[in-house]
Design a protein around this ligand. Structure first.
Ligand SMILES: [Zn+2]
Length: 496
C-alpha cells in the first residue's frame, strides 16, 4: 500500500527535535487520523490540509489515511506540521515524486487557499536541520531571516502549489539573506545625556566589568535615560551570542536585531512574565534580556516574591522552566540595572524639596528590596536631581556611545585575556587571588574596611569594582585610588 515519509521538527524550548512524518493510505472507509501525541492544533490540520490541497488543484485521496508523527512520546503542537502532512499525502498518492522529499525538511502552516503562513520558532529548526546537512522549505515570509543562519540553505515558498513546483527540481534555488534594519531609536546615544558626569562614569564601569547596577535618586534624575544607554556601550557581541539572541527573538516572534536588548518590565509584571513559565512554557523578560540589560525601575514596587525569582538566574545565567507540558532551559545571562527613589516621596536628601516621609515609612520602603538581591549588585550609584543649568547648557564634555564603547571593549578584553570572564563573574576565591594588593595598599584597605564596617561580601564587591577600574586605567595591579573609588560605590545607608 502507498506510503510516504519525510522530516520536520517540533519545538521544545530553544531546541527542535526531529520528527518523522509517515503517511499511509489504505483501503477502507475514507478517514483521516493523526497519531503520535498531536495537540488539538495538529489534529485540526486535517481541515486545513484538505482545503489547501483542493484549492491548489490537487486531488484529495479517498482512502483511509493514517498520519504518524514519530517519536510518539514527543508532544507536538502548532500549525507547522500542516505542510509536511500535505506533502506526505501528495507523495503517497503519487501526485508528487518521493524523490522531492529526500534530504529536505518542511515546516509551515497552511491557509485554506493553499498559502503558507509565517510561523515562529523556525530558526531553531533550521539550525538543527543545517547541522544535519538538510535543505529546509519554509514560509516565504520567514525565509530571508532564516537564511541569516551561517551555512543554512532555506527555500521560501508562498504557497503549496509553487513549493511543489520548486522541490521537483534537484537543487531548488535558496533564498538569499537580507540585512537587518535597525531603527535608530532603538539604540539611544549617550550624547543625549547632559551633565551627570558621575553617573556616566558609573555606567561606563558597569559596562566595562559587566557589573549589575543600582541607581538611587529622586524623580527626574535621569535614571531611565541613563539605563537605556547601557546596551549601546557594551562590547560587540560575538557571533555565538548574536545567534542565541536571534534564536530567542525568533522563538517569541520579535524582530531580529544586531543591537543588545534593553528590557524594561513594569513593576506589575508577574513572576511568570519575568522569569518565564505558563501553561505552554514560554521564556520571560530575563531571557528576552539575554546578552543585554534588564532594567527594573521603581525596584521596591516589585513584589518581593517576584524579585526573589531572579536570584537563581542571576547566579547561573540560565533559567529552567518546568511545567506539566515539558521542562525547558532558557539562557538568561543579563545585566541587571535597578532604579529606586531614596524614600516613598523621592526627595530624601534633596536640597530644594523637603522630604515628608516618616522614618518608619522610609525604612519600610527600603526593606521591600531583599538583601540577597542587593548583595548581587556590585555598583550602587547615588544620583542627584539635575539643575536647570545642566539641562539647558550644551555639554562640551559629552561623549558619544561609540567612543565609550571603544574604551569598554579594551577593558573587557583585558579581563577575558586574564581570567576568561568579566570581573563581575569572579567568584569570592578568584577575586582574592586576582586582585592581590601590595603590602601598603593591603594594610590601608584593611583599616578602611574595619573603620567603615564593610562585610566580607562588601569586600569582594569592592575588589571586583576596583579590578575593573584598574583594567580601565590599564594598571596591572589594583591601586589605592581605585579602591577608594570602589568604596564609594558600595551600598550606603540609604540603600543599606
Ligand atoms: Zn520622602
Amino acid at each position: 500500500m502507498p506510503t510516504a515519509s519525510l522530516w520536520t521538527r517540533a519545538s521544545a524550548g530553544l531546541a527542535a527535535p526531529e520528527v518523522t512524518v509517515e503517511v499511509h493510505l489504505s483501503a477502507g472507509l475514507p478517514a483521516f487520523n493523526v497519531v503520535g501525541l498531536p495537540e488539538s492544533t495538529v489534529r485540526e490540520s486535517r481541515e486545513r490540509v484538505r482545503s489547501a490541497l483542493l484549492n491548489s488543484h490537487f486531488d484529495w485521496p479517498d482512502y483511509r489515511i493514517t498520519v504518524n508523527l514519530a517519536p510518539a512520546d514527543l508532544p507536538k503542537g502548532g500549525g507547522r506540521f500542516d505542510l509536511p502532512i500535505a506533502l506526505g499525502l501528495l507523495a503517497a498518492s503519487g501526485q508528487l515524486p518521493a524523490a522531492a522529499l529526500v534530504g529536505r525538511e518542511f515546516y509551515g502552516e497552511l491557509a485554506l487557499d493553499g498559502r503558507i503562513r509565517p510561523g515562529r520558532g523556525l530558526m531553531a529548526a533550521v539550525r538543527e536541520a543545517t547541522a544535519a546537512k538538510r535543505v529546509c522549505a519554509v514560509p516565504a515570509a520567514n525565509a530571508s531571516a532564516l537564511a541569516l543562519l551561517p551555512g543554512s540553505r532555506v527555500v521560501g515558498a508562498e504557497d503549496l502549489l509553487s513549493l511543489c513546483g520548486t522541490i521537483k527540481t534537484q537543487a531548488p534555488s535558496a533564498t538569499a539573506a537580507t540585512a537587518i534594519e535597525e531603527p535608530a531609536e532603538e539604540q539611544p546615544d549617550l550624547l543625549d545625556v547632559r551633565g551627570q558626569h558621575a553617573a556616566r562614569r558609573g555606567l561606563e564601569i558597569a559596562a566595562a566589568g559587566g557589573h549589575h547596577l543600582l541607581m538611587v535618586g529622586p524623580p527626574g534624575a535621569g535614571k531611565t535615560l541613563l539605563a537605556s544607554r547601557l546596551p549601546g556601550i557594551l562590547p560587540e557581541s560575538t557571533e555565538q551570542e548574536l545567534l542565541t539572541r536571534w534564536l530567542i527573538a525568533d522563538h517569541v516572534g520579535l524582530p531580529l536585531r544586531h543591537g543588545r536588548p534593553f528590557r524594561n518590565p513594569h513593576h506589575s509584571a508577574s513572576a511568570v512574565a519575568l522569569v518565564g513559565g505558563g501553561a505552554q512554557p514560554a521564556p520571560g523578560e530575563i531571557t528576552l534580556a539575554h546578552g543585554g540589560v534588564l532594567f527594573l525601575d521603581e525596584l521596591p514596587e516589585f513584589p518581593r516574591h517576584v524579585l526573589d525569582t531572579l536570584r537563581q538566574p542571576l547566579e547561573s545565567g540560565e533559567v529552567m522552566v518546568a511545567r506539566a507540558k515539558g521542562r525547558h532551559t532558557y539562557p538568561a545571562h543579563f545585566q541587571l540595572v535597578a532604579a529606586m527613589n531614596p524614600c516613598p516621596c523621592g526627595y530624601l536628601g534633596s536640597e530644594d524639596t523637603a522630604c515628608r516621609c516618616t522614618p518608619d515609612a522610609i525604612s519600610r520602603y527600603q526593606m521591600r528590596v531583599s538583601g540577597p538581591l542587593l548583595d548581587r549588585i556590585d555598583l550602587h550609584l547615588t544620583l542627584e536631581r539635575q539643575r536647570a543649568a545642566q539641562i539647558l547648557c550644551a555639554d562640551d564634555e559629552a561623549e558619544s556611545s561609540a567612543a565609550v564603547r571603544q574604551r569598554v571593549a579594551i577593558a573587557r578584553e583585558r579581563q577575558l585575556a586574564r581570567q576568561g570572564c568579566a570581573n563581575s563573574a569572579l567568584s569570592a576565591e578568584a577575586v582574592l587571588s586576582i586582585c592581590e594588593l601590595d603590602g601598603a595598599t593591603q594594610r590601608w584597605f584593611q583599616g578602611a574596611c574595619d573603620q567603615l564596617q564593610i562585610s566580607a561580601r562588601g569586600i569582594h564587591r569592592c575588589l571586583r569594582v576596583a579590578r575593573t577600574l584598574a583594567d580601565m586605567a590599564a594598571e596591572p595591579r589594583v591601586s589605592k585610588p581605585a579602591l577608594l573609588e570602589a568604596i564609594g560605590y558600595r551600598p550606603t545607608a540609604v540603600n543599606r
